[in-house]
Design a protein around this ligand. Structure first.
Ligand code: GLA
Length: 733
C-alpha cells in the first residue's frame, strides 16, 4: 500500500524525468553505490556495488581491475552461464539479446527510480531493468518489466528480479532455514565452487523452511559487528529461487520467482513485472546490514511501520478451540489488569451449520457460532471497550474445509486439478482457495470488509494461512495457463490486500501462517507484523528471533509469554526468562491468565509497564547482535539503541547450565562512547540489585569492557531454577 502511495506521489510530484543516452550511471544511497554502464545499443552492465565511492575513485574505477557484468543476463548468447531471463520467442527462438534504447530517472520524494529500457535485437520484445535508490536509507530495490510486442505470445521460462556479480573471495552466505515450530535457524557456510540454491515451493506461504533473504559476508566467516556484508531480500510472498553460482572468479547472485512449473505465457501487448529485490551493503557486519533492512523496512515497506504496536493477549494457547463468552470476557479482564492493550480471540469462534470445534471444518463460514458466543462479536467488542482495551480476531480467509457451507456452494473455488481427487491438508479436510479467481478475491475481501463493517471497532486481525498448495490445478485458469497458478495466486493475494489496506489503513493485521510461514518483505506492506513461530518456548525463541532479526525489525516479530511446560517442546522455563525473551520483540501473551498465580500476574504486570517505557527503543531502535546463541556458548546477548543513542536496552540470556561455567563479559555496541549511561535492570526478581544498578558508565567503557552478568538470580533457595536472564535499560545522563 505504501508503495502505491509512493507511486501516486511520484506521479503527482515527479520532480524530474531526465533522459540519459549513454555512459556510466552512479546510483547512490547515503553510504552505498551501484555503478552501471549503460551504452546505447549495448547490454546494461554492472560495474560496481559496495561502499559509496569518492569522485576520484569513481573516475578511476575502470583502472582498478573491476570487470563489468551484464546486469540482467539473458539466455541465448552465452549458453553456458546462468541467466536471469529465459524466453521462448513467438517464432520458437530461445535467444534473447538485449540492447539499451533509453534510460530515464524519475524522482520520488525520498528516492529516485532509474529505468533502463532494452530491446531484443531481432524482435519487438523489451526488458526494462529498474532501480529504486533511496536517499535516506541504504537500500536499492531492483526489478524488471518484461514486455511482449511480438506477433504472438512468448513463453517466459525464467524471470528473475535481479542479478548481482560478487568478486570471488572468502565469501560466506548466511541464510535462514527450519520447519514448523523451528523457524529462523541460521545457516552460515563458505561459498565454494558450484551452485548454492535456496528455494521455496509451498505455493501459498514461503518462509517456514528457507527464507527469501540472504547475507553475503565478503571478509570470511560472518561477524556481527565487523566486515563487509551484502544483504538481499526478495520482496515476494510466493515461490522463489535464489541461486549463487560460484564459478572461477565470481559469485553470481540471482533471485526471483521460482520458475519451476511456473513458465509464463506472456500475451502480445502484456508486460510482466517481477517482484522487487532489495539489496544493501554495510561495512559494519551482519548487524549493520540488518539495521539497513530494518530502517528501510519500517519506513518504506511495513504497514504502519512508524506506529507503536499494542501489547496483547492472544487466546490460542490459553483455550485453543474452547471459546465461550464468559471465558473471553475473563481473559479480557485479565489482560487489562496486567496493563495490556488488546485482546485477540483466536480460532474456534465461527461456523453456523458446521461449528468449528476442532481443525477439520468450517473455514470459509465466517459467521459467529451462536452456541459459543450468543451475543456475537459486537458484545465482545463492547466488553473490550469496558475493560479499556481493544479487540482483535482470528481468520484464515484463503482457506476452506470440505466440511463447510462454502465448499458445498463453491467446490470449483479450490485449488486442485478439476479431474482428480482432492488433496487435503490440516484436519484431513482443509483446502486452499484459488485466489487467482476474481470471485474468490471478492469473497476474501468481503470476509474482512463484513467483519469491519459490522464491528468497526475491531482493532486487529490475525490472518492465518495453514496450508500450502498441495495439488496443482485451477478451475479458473484455462488449460494452457495452468502453469500460471502460483503467480496468479499471489497476484490475487496482492489485489485483495491492496483493497483491504485502501479501506482499512489503520487496522493492525498480523501475518500468521502456521507460525512463521509469512515472514517476508513481500507481504509486510499490507501486514503490521508476523507470528514468528507456533513455538513459544523461550529458549528456542532466542534462536528463532535471532535469525529472524537478520532481516526483520523487532516491531514485526510477535513474541508472546506462554505457559510452562511449553506446549510444543514441553520445556519448563522460569516466567522471568519467558518475559525477558518476549520483551525483545513485539511483546504479547499467549496463556490462560486464570491459571497464573497472583505473583505471576504481578510480575507480568510490572513487565508490561516496563515494556511500555522501552517500547520505542525496541520497536524503532537499531539492533546490535552481540553474542549468538548458535555459537555453542552458554549465553546469548543483543541490544537495541535509540537512533539518538541516548537510550538502549541490553538483553542477556543464559542458554545452558553447567555448574562452574564461565560467562565472559559482553562488550556492548552502538552506544555513544562519550555519553554517560545510567544502568537500570528491568523485570528484576533478585532480592539484591545487581552491583551496576543505578551506576553510570561511559559508552566507551560499556563497549570496550562491558558489564559482568551473574550466572544466577539471587532468590530464596526454594525459588532457584536453572534459568537466568537480564534486561538492562541504559539512559544517557
Ligand atoms: C495456526 C497458527 C496458530 C493458531 C492456529 C489456530 O497454527 O499458527 O497461532 O492461530 O493456527 O488454528
Amino acid at each position: 500500500m505504501k508503495r502505491i502511495l509512493l507511486i501516486t506521489l511520484c506521479l503527482l510530484v515527479s520532480l524530474a524525468c531526465m533522459a540519459q543516452t549513454k555512459g556510466p550511471i552512479r546510483l547512490q544511497t547515503p553510504s552505498t553505490e551501484l555503478v552501471l554502464n549503460a551504452w546505447e545499443g549495448r547490454d546494461l552492465q554492472i560495474a560496481y556495488f559496495g561502499a559509496r565511492l569518492s569522485d576520484v575513485d569513481f573516475q578511476n574505477l575502470r583502472h582498478s581491475g573491476v570487470r563489468s557484468h551484464s546486469a540482467y543476463p539473458s539466455y541465448g548468447n552465452w549458453c553456458a552461464g546462468e541467466t536471469a531471463l529465459g524466453v521462448t520467442h513467438a517464432n520458437g527462438s530461445l535467444v534473447t539479446d538485449l540492447g539499451i534504447v533509453s534510460v530515464e530517472t524519475v524522482q520520488e520524494e525520498n528516492a529516485s527510480v532509474t529505468r533502463i529500457r532494452m530491446k531484443e535485437k531481432l524482435f519487438p520484445f523489451y526488458v526494462t531493468v529498474c532501480y529504486r535508490v533511496y536517499n535516506d536509507v541504504d537500500m536499492i530495490e531492483t526489478w524488471s518489466e518484461i514486455e511482449n510486442q511480438e506477433k504472438k505470445p512468448v513463453t517466459l521460462t525464467r524471470f528473475d528480479s535481479g542479478f548481482l556479480p560478487v568478486s570471488y573471495g572468502n565469501t560466506w552466505v548466511s541464510h535462514l532455514y527450519g520447519n514448523w515450530a523451528n523457524e529462523g535457524r541460521v545457516a552460515q557456510e563458505p561459498l565454494e565452487q558450484g551452485m548454492k540454491v535456496i528455494k521455496n515451493k509451498d505455493g501459498a506461504r514461503n518462509s517456514h523452511s528457507a527464507h527469501a533473504e540472504v547475507m553475503l559476508s565478503l571478509d570470511g566467516k560472518p561477524q556481527e559487528n565487523a566486515g563487509r556484508v551484502i544483504g538481499a531480500a526478495l520482496c515476494y510472498s510466493g515461490n522463489y529461487e535464489i541461486r549463487i553460482d560460484t564459478e572461477g572468479e565470481w559469485h553470481r547472485f540471482f533471485a526471483g520467482i521460482n520458475p519451476d512449473n511456473s513458465y509464463y505465457k506472456l500475451e502480445k501487448g502484456e508486460t510482466f513485472i517481477t517482484p522487487a529485490l532489495a539489496i544493501t551493503y554495510s561495512n559494519e557486519g551482519l548487524s549493520g546490514a540488518s539495521r539497513n533492512f530494518h530502517r528501510w523496512g519500517r519506513k518504506y515497506m511495513l504497514a504502519n511501520g512508524d506506529k507503536e504496536r499494542k501489547i496483547l493477549l492472544n487466546s490460542w494457547e490459553g483455550v485453543y478451540f474452547n471459546i465461550n463468552e464468559p471465558g473471553m470476557d475473563k481473559m479480557m479482564e485479565d489482560i487489562a489488569y496486567m496493563g495490556g492493550e488488546l485482546f485477540v480471540m483466536d480460532d474456534g469462534w465461527f461456523g453456523e451449520k458446521y461449528p468449528r470445534l476442532t481443525d477439520n471444518s468450517s473455514l470459509g463460514d465466517w459467521k459467529v457460532d451462536r452456541n459459543k458466543l450468543p451475543n456475537g462479536i459486537g458484545w465482545l467488542v463492547e466488553q473490550a471497550d469496558k475493560h479499556g482495551i481493544r479487540f482483535g480476531i482470528w481468520i484464515e480467509p484463503e482457506m476452506t474445509n470440505t466440511t463447510s457451507e462454502l465448499y458445498e456452494k463453491h467446490p470449483d473455488w479450490v485449488v486442485n486439478d478439476p479431474e482428480r481427487h482432492l488433496s487435503t491438508g490440516r484436519g484431513g479436510t482443509q483446502l486452499v482457495l484459488d485466489l487467482g479467481n476474481p470471485e474468490v478475491q471478492d469473497f476474501v475481501f468481503s470476509i474482512v470488509d463484513d467483519l469491519m463493517t459490522e464491528n468497526p471497532k475491531i482493532d486487529y486481525i490475525k490472518w492465518d494461512a495453514n496450508m500450502g498448495i498441495q495439488s496443482h490445478g485451477s478451475h479458473y485458469l484455462t488449460m494452457d495457463k495452468q502453469s500460471h497458478l502460483y503467480i496468479e495466486y499471489h497476484r490475487g493475494f496482492a489485489k485483495v490486500c491492496e483493497r483491504i489496506r485502501a479501506k482499512y489503513p489503520d487496522l493492525t493485521i498480523q501475518a500468521c501462517a502456521s507460525g512463521g510461514g509469512r515472514a517476508n518483505w513481500g507481504v509486510l506492506p499490507w501486514f503490521d507484523e508476523f507470528w514468528v513461530s507456533d513455538n513459544t518456548d523461550a529458549l528456542q525463541r532466542i534462536h528463532m528471533q535471532w535469525g529472524t532479526s537478520y532481516f526483520f525489525p523487532a516491531i514485526t516479530m510477535a513474541s508472546h509469554i506462554s505457559a510452562t511446560p511449553n506446549h510444543t517442546v514441553f520445556r519448563t522455563t522460569s516466567l522471568k526468562y519467558r518475559i525477558d525473551v518476549a520483551m525483545s520483540g513485539r511483546l504479547g501473551m499467549e496463556i490462560q491468565p486464570r491459571n497464573m498465580t497472583q505473583e505471576e500476574r504481578d510480575l507480568c504486570r510490572k513487565a508490561i509497564a516496563e515494556y511500555k517505557e522501552i517500547r520505542p527503543v525496541v520497536q524503532f531502535g537499531d539492533i546490535y547482535r552481540l553474542k549468538s546463541p548458535f555459537e555453542g556458548e552458554p549465553f546469548a546477548s543483543m541490544m537495541y539503541c535509540s537512533p539518538e543513542k541516548d537510550k538502549a536496552v541490553f538483553y542477556w540470556w543464559k542458554t545452558e547450565t553447567f555448574h562452574g561455567q564461565h560467562f565472559p563479559k559482553v562488550k556492548m555496541a552502538g552506544l555513544d562512547p562519550d555519553k554517560v549511561y545510567k544502568v537500570r535492570e528491568l523485570n528484576r526478581i533478585d532480592r539484591r540489585p545487581l552491583s551496576c544498578e543505578g551506576k553510570t558508565f561511559t559508552g566507551r567503557f560499556l563497549m570496550e569492557t562491558g558489564l559482568a552478568m551473574p550466572m544466577k538470580h539471587i532468590v530464596d533457595y526454594n525459588r532457584q531454577d536453572d534459568w537466568s536472564s537480564r534486561v538492562l535499560y541504559l539512559e544517557a545522563q
